[in-house]
Design a protein around this ligand. Structure first.
Ligand SMILES: [Zn+2]
Length: 249
């Protein structure tokens, strides 16, 4: 029998339409060829890669529908948080972000609970403000708890975003939030870190605390006070929540 050279074999295989279809199907199954999911419009209900894309992560805002999200703007009232070098204290900056985020999440069909919706400290003379925030989240059987803060450091040149977590579920949420926020703000990524914070330790749902940026840095303090930057921060947290709930098993 006459030998067929490998090249000829390939040509023969390709000329057979049925074989081509089978090979294509097989390569899809083996993951050799993946559909270009980034071409799908976000929000269509189909899965597409999230902002920053590239990974095989699902992105479906419908995943937020019916979820209860607790938004926790830090500080308030007599407790201004970090004053820093910007025109406004931390308590005002984070409340503005929280209101933006509330609108985005409700638009996606989520139920939102705010630990405060104005310039006051949650709690009462009997109940500490941090305990009040945790109680509200646990009572509402929330699916996620997101605390929003501004940072401070004695090194005034330090800028960037850090997200803190306590539990393994909080870690997964924190990773998604950090990616979303640094992606939207284009801020320096200072990483996702473990911390023994009261609100993270005592909430029973996935919880994370985002330090959006530093009020000890002049440029970042100014940015954190501007409405457009606050809306971007809210969009980043929203992006993170969409990614987290789209990929949760
Ligand atoms: Zn704070």
């Amino acid at each position: 029998m006459k030998d067929v050279c490998p090249r000829e074999r390939v040509v023969r295989l390709q000329s057979n339409a049925l074989v081509t279809v089978l090979l294509l199907l097989l390569s899809f199954v083996l993951g050799l060829v993946s559909p270009d999911s980034s071409a799908l419009p976000p929000g269509s209900g189909d899965y597409a890669t999230g902002p920053g894309g590239g990974e095989a992560l699902r992105w479906d805002p419908e995943a937020l529908r019916g979820k209860t999200i607790v938004i926790d703007p830090g500080h308030g009232g007599s407790n201004p948080g970090t004053r820093g070098v910007g025109p406004k204290p931390e308590k005002d900056n984070v409340l503005a972000v929280a209101w933006d985020l509330k609108g985005m999440l409700e638009h996606a069909g989520a139920k939102v609970v705010m630990t405060r919706n104005g310039d006051y400290l949650p709690g009462s003379p009997e109940v500490d403000q941090l305990e009040a925030r945790v109680r509200l989240a646990n009572m509402n059987r929330a699916d996620a708890f997101v605390s929003i803060h501004n940072d401070w450091n004695k090194n005034s040149s330090l800028t960037g975003t850090t997200t803190y977590f306590y539990s393994p579920d909080g870690y997964r949420l924190g990773i998604a939030l950090q990616k979303g926020v640094t992606g939207e703000l284009r801020s320096r990524d200072l990483g996702v870190r473990w911390a023994n914070y009261y609100v993270l330790k005592n909430t029973v749902m996935p919880a994370a605390l985002v330090e959006l940026g530093f009020l000890s840095n002049k440029q970042e303090a100014l940015l954190l006070t501007t409405r457009s930057y606050q809306t971007k921060a809210a969009t980043g947290i929203y992006d993170g929540l969409v990614e987290y709930f789209s990929n949760r098993r």
